[in-house]
Design a protein around this ligand. Sequence first.
Ligand code: PRP
Ligand code: MN
Ligand code: MG
Length: 182
Amino acid sequence: QGGLTADLSKILLTEAQIHQRVAELGRTLASEYADKDPLMVGILSGSLLFMADLVRHMNIPLSIDFMAVSSYGDRTTSSGEVRILKDLSNAATGRHIVLVEDIVDSGLTLDYLCDVLRTRHPASLEICTLLDKHEARKRPLQVRHVGFPCPNEFVVGYGLDYAGHYRNLPYIGVLKPAIYTT
Ligand code: PRP
Ligand code: MN
Ligand code: MG
């Protein structure tokens, strides 16, 4: 295989594995949030593919919204301060909010966003992430729904990027170190 796939050292999760797990998560959320009209909030841009597939398996009334954030400077030494580039279009007060993420890594992004959203007094606030890179966590974070645990490697695809690329891969793989060390 050529194209983008040539830049991967291995496939971590196939399209079929992702599809099956996302369908399961969608059905779980649908039963948990039946009659709650949840506000599904995707964090741009990584959550794009996951959100689109997840909500297809939630046959209940819900709304979809997005937030865009940027972390200040070097993430590895970040204070966890995150700038909101695009806020919710919906009011959060009284809503059952589900934050939808492709991956929780250090946890700094969601730790900050949860603090911001709690000031708006949602009826509930939970996190649903496709991947949980638990080893990298720098903030304790309650993550209610996890698709898969993620090894501490540089993974791309299905929304996850390296320098803006690879988000369009329908599966998730480990990027060859040669790609990001040159
Ligand atoms: C990635 C990922 C999560 C966040 C996780 O987003 O999509 O949103 O980092 O990292 P953390 O737990 O250490 O905060 P990124 O900032 O790369 O933006 P993107 O979604 O546009 O790729
Ligand atoms: Mn992101
Ligand atoms: Mg990114």
